[in-house]
Design a binder for this molecule. Sequence first.
Ligand SMILES: [Zn+2]
Length: 376
Amino acid sequence: MLRRLIKRTIGSAALAPFARGRTRQSLLHRVNVVYLHYVGEDRPYYSDFYLGTTLDQLDDDLRRLKEHFAFCSLAQVVGATTEIELDGKPLLALTFDDGFDLVRNGAIEVLDAHGVSATTFVVTSTLDNANLMWRNKLSAIRALCPESVLVGHYNALMMKAGLPVAQSGRAAMHASESWPTNRKEELVDQLWAACGMPPLAEFLDQHRPYFTREELRQWLTRGHGVGLHTHSHPRCSELLGEAVMAEIVEPGLSLKQELDLDFLPLSYPFGVRLKPEIELDLWEQGLFDCVFGIGGFAPRGTPPLRLERACMEGDYRYEVFGRAFVGRPRATATKLPPGRPVSAPKRDRPSESRPLGAAREDPEIPGPRARCRSVR
Ligand SMILES: [Zn+2]
């Protein structure tokens, strides 16, 4: 509670007249990327995480952020190799996690009205609404099943699985984050059935929460980007060998080929990274152009495989402005004339052309072995 109050105070202070200059200066020296998830009215599959990002709220948020930032595509923001301002403002890229539909629900119209090019990070097992991602299944169960019934079935399942029980639906949601990642599908599907939820295909047909492949093509045609958020939303720190292939490498290659992508970013579910040696090995394969956690804006100069993003849901003033305000400001940025486009990152070779373990050659992109500056 106190922590929240302090953050709210810092977030507000960061934009006060006495602080604005320092905040802006700090933001000029960071790779500014924000993330959202679902846009629209509250729905069972997102109730547990919903913070009120309706279309109107998105419209308001973009208008407010444009007072302080110049929106650019993710490729442009990541590719800006020096501290840059555009139209007198630091750059900002907008991203969406979990692959929720942004075409049918009208979010794309809001983005286009603001001239914002956004990137959606998809969970490939849910494309075409073929499945409901496990966290969304748990949210739907909690929204539609009486709490006592949910907790009873949850605890029976946990005892059978040798995992901790929970005292409430909220505690069960929290505890389920620690399920062994290779058991999440089996456990959530058993809970779905035990709680008497409707047949999954029926639920998916009714709600259609995610992008279809066809809609992703429309999204790309209209100037937006696509990245990978893994195949099934695991905790990546637990992935080894074949699981890394199945969750990240194979779906990344498929997305790239199917959608003819020449820039492919990766965002980690929960912001939880692969083990460092596995992450480095993945980076050296050259499939991804940049990789994101959720630790707030990274300092410019951070290697692209160690980038971070800030949350833009709810009261985001601390995440977006407050952290920058309390961070250390640096030297003046390079100024570009108003309206001048920022160059996108240099194209790296196709991933297939670089053998496993070979180093990246592009001198403009800091190598994976370069030391990462601390990320707040
Ligand atoms: Zn996610």
